[in-house]
Design a protein around this ligand. Structure first.
Ligand SMILES: [Zn+2]
Length: 156
């Protein structure tokens, strides 16, 4: 007696609903019949989707990094903004380090005294100023907003 094992065993994929031989399914030890519930083709699609979702998770991670490092983000953004206005301003690594430090100091000052400070371009970028440390100053945000892109604004 007993069932004939000679014929090819067929299973129906839960995802595409197509009946396929067992060889078209990935192995799955925990399942009674030893194979997964979806066929290899559907599994491949699933993996692709998983990779894409993880890429999105990675992007989300990058966004949250930006949120938790606002001063570094601002420095990067300012760099990008300047590049788009002035073409490629070649900064030496040590100069970029100084600029980073200025942005970090600005945040530290804001945290310490509880008044929001901005890093300001003394000569505004829109007026041809450069994004270099000699053209940067840390001033209270409210002054920065008043100064906007005015030239020769005397800080009270
Ligand atoms: Zn399938």
């Amino acid at each position: 007696m007993g069932q004939s094992r000679s014929s090819v065993e067929i299973a129906t994929c839960h995802t595409c609903k197509v009946s396929k031989p067992f060889s078209c399914f990935p192995k799955h030890k925990k399942k009674k019949n030893g194979i997964g519930t979806e066929c290899k083709d559907c599994f491949k699609i699933y993996i692709k989707k998983w990779r894409l979702e993880n890429r999105e998770r990675y992007i989300k991670h990058a966004i949250s990094w930006n949120k938790s490092h606002p001063e570094k983000r601002k420095a990067l953004e300012a760099n990008r903004r300047v590049r788009s206005v002035q073409g490629n301003v070649m900064l030496h690594y040590s100069q970029m380090k100084i600029i980073d430090t200025i942005y970090e100091s600005s945040k530290r000052i804001s945290d310490c005294i509880g008044i929001n400070h901005h890093v300001d371009h003394i000569v505004p970028i829109s007026k041809g100023g450069y994004h270099v440390h000699t053209n940067l100053q840390i001033i209270p945000a409210i002054i920065n907003l008043r100064k906007s892109n005015k030239l020769n604004y005397s800080i009270p």
